[in-house]
Ligand binder design. Sequence first.
Ligand code: BEZ
Ligand code: FE
Length: 287
Amino acid sequence: MTSHQYDPTFTDRVVDAMGPKTNPRLRQLMSGLIRHIHDFARENELTVDEWMQGVQMINWAGQMSDAKRNEGQLLCDVIGLESLVDEITYKVASEADAPTATAILGPFFRADTLVRQNGDSIVVTAADNGEMVFMQGQVIDYKTKKPIPGAIVEVWQASTNGLYEQQDSNQIEHNLRGKFTTDEDGRYWFYCLRPTPYPVPNDGPAGKLLELMDRHPYRPAHIHIFATHDGYKPLVTQIFDRKDPYLTNDSVFAVKDSLIVDFIPREGDPKASLELTYDVKLVARDS
Ligand code: BEZ
Ligand code: FE
């Protein structure tokens, strides 16, 4: 069956129901959403039962969400929407001297992350089989190549059990996260864990959807980075371990080639057996 059998004026009537006080951008977004979702329903001959299953999934996501868990965001993640919106928002070329590419924030960012000193370890609760890493780098202006002193480099990562501290009552609060300030040469340095792959929470509708689509819930091992400085555009990204088996099939589609890194052996440091150097290239606000 084709869509022309349905009332051809119906979608226009729904779109045109918006009143003159509607914000122009909202009008544009809602018109597009209504048109696409109506076309989707017509093209697929969506049944009442199927639509109601979708409604129940959205309701379930709402019921599971709270200050520590954002199931609506996770549902968007597993269908690639957060990664697509990230790409649209921060279109960045992947040439060698381009700014650092962005990647999604994800649901485990905390706005109240503790400030730590360069050289500190973010590993406060020991992690079973965790490999310690000395991570360091420089925050630089991607155009002038000059270092940026006083930049904030915020990092967070899951523990080896696959859980972020806010998901796990056995981890001390703020474990595996911290905010570091770059020194006069734009440098930051701290100890962390070699990240390990973990499944996105799969006890809710996002997990159910993954199962229905015959997909696994794993994310490749990564460290989240949020870098800021008053004179520069904020950068949200993630870096990924080249050796990870899930690099090519991340359950939330966030991997970009330029964000893949190598952990290398570290000699003579009793605190870490591996090291990672990662420079962050920011874009000036006025460029
Ligand atoms: C994360 O990397 O923390 C994440 C991103 C998207 C969905 C779930 C987790
Ligand atoms: Fe993560």
